[in-house]
Design a protein. Structure first.
Length: 134
């Protein structure tokens, strides 16, 4: 991790990254408790890690990154995303959106607000995405 990414990640944790990462961990635990949520548990933990330290990483389409289709990029992935949206995606996206609004009030918080908006989009439709170094 570069010095810039380290500094940005440190500031990110202060500006809402820690509590949003905890939200993702809670979503992962809830998914693990339910039987139908088990397929999303690992992905939620991965995105929690990304939410905690987003600078120096990015979320990309798995099909575009690998160059081949898989289960998460096809119709089964769409079904999984719809189910995720109903069970956990909407409230995680709403929390990211509210955090972004609060951060956008200040000039210093605008770049972090933008990052929260990107995470809100990921929270709505995470199946078929992967986290890679930027």
């Amino acid at each position: 991790m570069s010095a810039t990414a380290f500094l940005l990640n440190l500031l990110w944790i202060v500006f809402g990254g820690l509590w949003m990462a905890l939200g993702w961990v809670i979503a992962a635990i809830v998914m693990a408790i339910t039987i139908i949520g088990l397929p999303w548990t690992r992905a939620a933990f991965n995105i929690a890690s990304y939410t905690l330290l987003p600078f120096g990483q990015k979320a990309v389409s798995r099909a575009e990154y690998t160059g081949r289709q898989d289960i998460g990029a096809g119709p089964l992935g769409v079904f999984g995303n719809v189910l995720w949206f109903v069970l956990a995606g909407w409230w995680l996206a709403l929390a990211h959106l509210l955090t972004a609004i609060l951060l956008a009030i200040t000039i210093v918080g605008i770049p972090f607000a933008w990052a929260h908006l990107k995470l809100a989009r990921l929270a709505l439709w995470p199946i078929g995405k992967m986290i890679v170094p930027a």
